[in-house]
Design a protein. Sequence first.
Length: 211
Amino acid sequence: MRDRKGKQGNKAQETRRRIIEAAGALFVEQGYGATKLQEIADRAGVAVQTIYFVFRNKPSLLKELVDVAIAGDDEPVPTMDRPWFAEVMNAPTAESALAALTAGTRGTLERVAALTEMVRAAAATNPEIRELWPDQMDPRYTVISTAAKALTKKPGADPAITADEAADIIYAVLSPELFLLLTRDRAWPPAKWEQWACRTLSSQLSVDSRL
């Protein structure tokens, strides 16, 4: 009985994953408004009724898609409880914290940068999308400001830079917009972007990088 339930659970999880992947690809390719649930169902290899059963409606599917893309999986673990963020917080120096932050952010942006652009465009014409993320502090800034507060207290951090200033600089350099500009529009490999972003942040925030 347990094996049967386990197989059913695995099948349901796999179906959910296929729907999310299909939705992500189509939303980015065609835009949120132009994409029909039937198209998502066809690409995922499921009946459209399955999408309604699992996600209820199109906006809920988008919300789940973005949440999974940010996290990298469907586990209910916030970003600041993820292992990569713990590396940032526990890094012994400002330089190593910046390296860990840039590497972790690269992984997130590779999954979510194009989605962020699509969501912003969709929200401009779809009120139901704006309701999914009510006006509040950008969760990305919350993560970055937490990292900046820790970073500015580490050995090697420039004492002239406040935590708020550091957060603003990191927020700009590690933005989805700049990531897409360089990796998509200018065809930089993500590894090159990571190296550039880390060097840029180090030059702004770390005394050690100037020695």
